[in-house]
Design a protein around this ligand. Sequence first.
Ligand SMILES: Nc1ncnc2c1ncn2[C@@H]1O[C@H](COP(=O)(O)OP(=O)(O)OP(=O)(O)O)[C@@H](O)[C@H]1O
Length: 358
Amino acid sequence: MEPAIAENPHYKNGNLHPVEKKSGLLDLFYNDIAIDLGTANTLISSKRNGIVLREPSIVAFNTDGMPVSIGQEAWFMHEKTHSKLRTVRPLRDGVIADFEAAEHMIRGMIKNVKKNWYSTTRQIVICVPSGITDVEKRAVRDSAENAGAKEVYLVEEPMAAAIGVGLNVHEPEGHMIVDIGGGTTEIAVIALSGIVHAQSVRLAGDKLNDDIISYFRRTHNLLIGERTAEKIKCEIGSASPLEQELEMDIKGRDLVNGIPKTIHITSADVREAISISVNAIVEAIVKSLEKTPPELSADILDRGIILAGGGALLKNLDKRITEMTDLPVHIAEDPLTAVVRGTGAVLDNLDFYRAVVS
Ligand SMILES: Nc1ncnc2c1ncn2[C@@H]1O[C@H](COP(=O)(O)OP(=O)(O)OP(=O)(O)O)[C@@H](O)[C@H]1O
C-alpha cells in the first residue's frame, strides 16, 4: 500500500500557497466563491471560509417550470416523482446539458451560501473539464454571470485537483493527476503552471451506474434505478478481486412478472458489470503515459499517479492501475473535495495562480 499523500516525501512540501491575507471590511459585502460544478455533485468554497456547500447536482421543477428544490432534497425525489414534479440533472459528461436548470441550480446554491442579505458575489472561480469546447466554456461563464458574478475565472479541473491535493503546480516537475468524477475522467500531466498533456474521457461514475443497471436487467431480469445502482457501486463495487468479497441484497422490479423482488448479489457480479468501463479508464491512463514527454515520465516514475474525484474511491482501483502501469498510485485525501479545495485556493490567491485561470 502506498503512503498517503501527506506522508509521501515527494508531496510533503508541495503546498506553497502564499500566506493568507487577513479578511477585511470589504469581505462583509462580498460573497466571493469557488465552485466545483460537477456532473454528480456541486461543491462551493467561500473565500477564506473553506467548503460551505456540498450537494448533488440536481433540481426538481414543478409543472410551471419553477424550481421547487435543489441538491440533496431534489436527489431524494429523483426517480420517485409524479406527473407534477420532474427532476433534472443539469450536467452531463462534465458539461452543462440543460442551461436553464444549471442556472437555477447555481443561483439557488449561491443564495444558500450568502453570508448576509446585503452581500453580493463579485468573483467566482469555477472549474471546467479540460476537454471542453469554447461554446461549452461560454455556457459555464454565462451561467455564473447570470447568477450575479461580476468577474468569472475558469480553471481546468485537473489543475484544480492538483492544487487541491497540495502540489506546487508552478515547479518544473511533472505530476500526473487522474480525476474520476461522475461524467468525465480527466487525466493530465501538469508542470510549470500548465497542462502538458490532457485527456478527458467522457466515461466515469455515471457510466459505471448505467453498466450496473444493464447488467442486472440482462442477467437477472431485474430493473433497478440509478440510486440503487449508485449504492451498489459505492458499497461493493471494485476494480479487482477483494481480499474478502462483499455481498448485499438489492431490490428492484422483476421484468418478467412486473412484481418487486429482492436478489442477493456479490462484489464479483458488480466487478463483471463494470469491467469494460474500468478497463477503458485504465487504458486511457496508459495511453496518456505513452504520450508524456520523457523527462516528465521520469518525474511520474518517482512521484506516481494521483487519483482524485469520487471515482478514486472505487475499491482496488489504485491496485488495478499499479498492476497495469507498474507505477505507484496515491489516492488524494478526501478525493471528493480535492477539486473544490484547489478551486478555493485559486480564489484565495488569485495573483499567485493567475497563470492557471482563463
Ligand atoms: N465509494 C465510491 N466508490 C465508487 N464510486 C464512488 C464512491 N463514492 C463516490 N463515487 C462516485 O464518484 C462520482 C462523483 O464524484 P465527483 O463528485 O468527484 O464527480 P463530479 O465532480 O460531480 O463529476 P465530473 O467531474 O465528472 O463533472 C459519482 O459517480 C459517485 O458515484
